[in-house]
Design a protein around this ligand. Structure first.
Ligand SMILES: Nc1ncnc2c1ncn2[C@@H]1O[C@H](COP(=O)(O)OP(=O)(O)O)[C@@H](O)[C@H]1O
Ligand SMILES: [Mg+2]
Length: 235
């Protein structure tokens, strides 16, 4: 173990925010040299806390208590990658974290614009930080969209590549898309493989959500978009 990393110091600083499991996971990531320091709390998601760590690195900490485990299980069923997961809360959260890591890897391998995954430990995921000076790029919902057509085309291309990778995001909306130098998809923990019994339903929902958002700016037809994605056609 690396003597320069002080676990009790970590607990003193972050113990008010994180439980012991999380503190230990962060400590392990430090001894594994995946992260050096934590910078500050940046974003509180529905079931997670995302912090900047080092330069261009983010960590996502999945809440070990408040999460909706029943809902999570629905996204794990039918996925052979997670067939052996036990149904206790701890195992589900850890699987959830590993699932986001695996999904990001797969998406990146197919050139989807999303954060590069770096490591995971228990309920903590380490990935590329999307933003500047420790400030995350805005979500599409809050962004000043100068060129909606270009943004929509990029969203479409990412959806197509993701489907080609054999994945459906399953929680895609203006809340899980960031707009920086380009469009980025985030939040892949609930993404499912095409063999999932509800994959088609989730794809339709994803397309419906993004089309609804962009309909303020453009004429978009979710039925046509779905058909094109399924046939792997460019927009
Ligand atoms: N890789 C990243 N780089 C910068 N900010 C991020 C990154 N991932 C997530 N965020 C920020 O954290 C928020 C919550 O992350 P998200 O993955 O959507 O978690 P949740 O599952 O809790 O919704 C996002 O809305 C975004 O602002
Ligand atoms: Mg989210």
């Amino acid at each position: 173990m690396d003597k320069t990393i002080d676990r009790s110091e970590l607990r003193k600083t972050w113990g008010g925010i994180f439980d012991d499991t999380t503190i230990f996971a962060i400590y392990r990531l430090m001894t594994r040299k995946k992260i050096k320091k934590l910078v500050s709390s940046i974003k509180e998601g529905k079931e997670s806390l995302v912090l900047a760590a080092d330069d261009k690195i983010a960590i996502k900490v999945y809440a070990t208590k408040s999460s909706n485990f029943k809902r999570m299980q629905q996204y794990l069923i039918g996925d052979p990658r997670f067939a052996k997961i036990k149904s206790n809360k701890r195992s589900i959260i850890f699987a959830w974290c590993q699932k986001e890591y695996n999904n990001l890897l797969k998406a990146r391998a197919h050139k989807v614009s999303c954060p590069k995954p770096i490591a995971f430990q228990s309920n903590v995921l380490v990935m590329e930080f999307l933003g500047k000076n420790y400030e995350a790029y805005p979500r599409l919902k809050d962004a000043d969209i100068k060129n909606p057509k270009k943004a929509f085309d990029q969203v479409y291309e990412n959806l197509r590549k993701l489907y080609n990778a054999g994945l459906v995001h399953a929680d895609l909306s203006e809340y899980n898309i960031l707009l920086g130098d380009k469009i980025y998809f985030i939040d892949f923990s609930q993404s499912v493989i095409l063999a999932h019994p509800d994959a088609d339903k989730f794809l339709e929902r994803d397309i419906h959500n993004v089309c609804k958002f962009f309909s303020k700016y453009l004429t978009v037809d979710p039925v046509k978009i779905l058909e094109k994605i399924k046939n792997d056609l460019s927009i």
